[in-house]
Design a protein around this ligand. Structure first.
Ligand code: SDX
Length: 427
């Protein structure tokens, strides 16, 4: 028998059967597309807390179990055993690459990782103290002006080239944002290095000296990037999908994702966590800030805590917490006062009824900044790091959306609460 929900309008007694669709795992969905025609009403779900915006096979989250799967593989296993480029291939194509596919994909990342020289000059227009995210969103949005030979979204080959260009160029673009902000010359990629090794090389090497990539930093970044690669229909991914639904070019779509990610409620939280830890300043001050976070009249929130979907520990936070301990141990910076504050803050918040009652746990952003800081990445570059990794997820989700046979422009409705019709006053 067909699985359906029947809803009845108590005002008119009219009923409508709404079909239910089942996924491979996770909650079923009620198809409400006939609701307006049948009962003349919309659904209302600000923040899309219980609204499925699409069908997807890329990533799955179980918020109660604290489970995150990339194409079915648990993220903790990928973080332990895989590499960022293998995970990128998996998210884009649905299967882990064979050795030949991996070698070809690695070659493509090296083939596409340079920027057009005139794009380098684009950076000079940004003020020296611009936030790197402001530069990144501008530069990525401008890519269609430099690479218009891969903007025809109806051409699969164009889509593939644009996808490879975006993933390959993000570390180069990000490193150039950093170099512009510190007034140093840009460094070209070196294809003998790994994807994340190249990023470290382009950020921290200078023309006057040999630079050797620190394997501790390289391995930590590899793992952090895997954990940040994709995360279902979060705010920035939903933004990319909505922009893509208007058939905007892929570079513009990813730029819209970067803009959405920047908010401190989303990817900007990793930078906000470090600023918060600096503001707390000492373990003795923690109770005062926990009180502030609980005060409804105070806009302050514990950055790096809480999540729309995870109502148990964010599995990524658990892995990043362990990586944080490892990296700070190896780099001899466990005496970092901010690390001590973070550990104590987490311990105290997890014992506090306010956080327990609201199921607020540390999320992926709570510890990642401490690792970035330990390997020398400045706080204002933390969200840029997140954007590099999440470009893989945005691209994978955009490719899935654009290939949907019944792909249509996204256009939500509203509950109108404004003025009813009125005539212009006689003058
Ligand atoms: C990311 O969506 C994703 O998947 C995002 C992400 C990804 O990989 O793409 O996981 C990455 O964005 C992680 C989240 C990073 N943001 C932060 O760490 C910022 C701090 N967190 C909060 O702003 C908040 O928890 C959100 C934005 C993450 C979630 O917001 P929700 O789901 O809208 O939750 P809510 O605001 O409805 O909060 C529910 C209750 C409220 O209290 P009551 O009104 O019920 O009394 O919990 C409280 C909130 O006031 N609350 C917090 C809190 N987070 C929620 N109180 C204090 N500190 C916090 N951090």
């Amino acid at each position: 028998m067909e699985h359906k929900f029947t809803i009845t309008d108590s005002a008119t007694g009219k009923s409508v059967d709404l079909p239910v669709q089942e996924g491979s795992i996770g909650p079923p969905v009620i198809d409400i597309s006939s609701l307006y025609k049948s009962l003349g009403c919309f659904t209302f779900d600000p923040g899309f807390q219980v609204t499925a915006s699409c069908r997807s096979a890329v990533t799955y989250i179980d918020g109660e179990k604290g489970e995150l799967l990339y194409r079915g593989y648990p993220v903790e296993q990928l973080a332990e055993h895989s590499t960022f480029l293998r995970v990128a291939y998996l998210l884009m194509h649905g299967e882990l690459p064979t050795q030949d596919q991996h070698d070809e994909f690695t070659h493509l990342m090296g083939y596409h990782n340079m920027m057009k020289e005139s794009l380098n000059r684009f950076y000079t227009g940004f003020y020296h103290d611009a936030h790197p995210m402001a530069i990144m969103v501008g530069v990525v949005g401008s890519l269609s002006a430099f690479y218009h030979d891969s903007t025809d979204i109806h051409n699969l080959r164009h889509r593939e080239i644009a996808a490879h260009r975006l993933i390959a160029k993000m570390p180069t673009i990000a490193a150039a944002c950093y170099k512009h902000c510190i007034g140093e010359p840009f460094v070209y990629p070196k294809n003998s290095l790994s994807y994340v090794g190249n990023l470290l090389h382009m950020m921290f090497s200078v023309p006057t000296e040999e630079y050797v990539v620190d394997p501790i930093a390289e391995q930590a970044l590899e793992r952090i990037f895997i954990l940040h690669a994709d995360h279902e229909q979060n705010a920035s991914t939903s933004t990319v999908r909505l922009a893509g639904s208007s058939q905007a070019n892929p570079f513009a779509c990813i730029a819209s994702g970067i803009a959405a990610l920047w908010g401190p409620a989303h990817g900007g939280a990793n930078e906000a966590v470090l600023n918060m830890l600096e503001e707390i300043g000492s373990v003795e001050n923690i109770p005062k800030f926990i009180t502030k976070a609980k005060d409804k009249d105070d806009p302050f929130r514990l950055m790096g805590f809480g999540h729309r979907v995870y109502k148990n520990y964010d599995p990524r936070a658990k892995i990043i917490r362990e990586t944080c301990h490892e990296v700070l141990d190896k780099l001899g910076s466990t005496n970092d006062p901010l690390f001590e504050i973070a550990l104590k803050l987490e311990e105290m918040a997890l014992k506090d009824d306010y956080f327990i009652a609201r199921k607020l746990y540390p999320n992926v952003d709570f510890y990642s900044g401490l690792i970035y800081r330990a390997i020398g990445i400045p706080t204002n570059m933390f969200t840029v790091m997140f954007a590099i990794a999440r470009t893989v997820g945005w691209v994978a989700q955009w490719m899935e959306m654009i290939a949907e046979p019944d792909q249509r422009i996204g256009r939500p409705r509203q509950l109108y609460v404004g003025a009813t019709r009125r005539d212009y006053p006689p003058y």
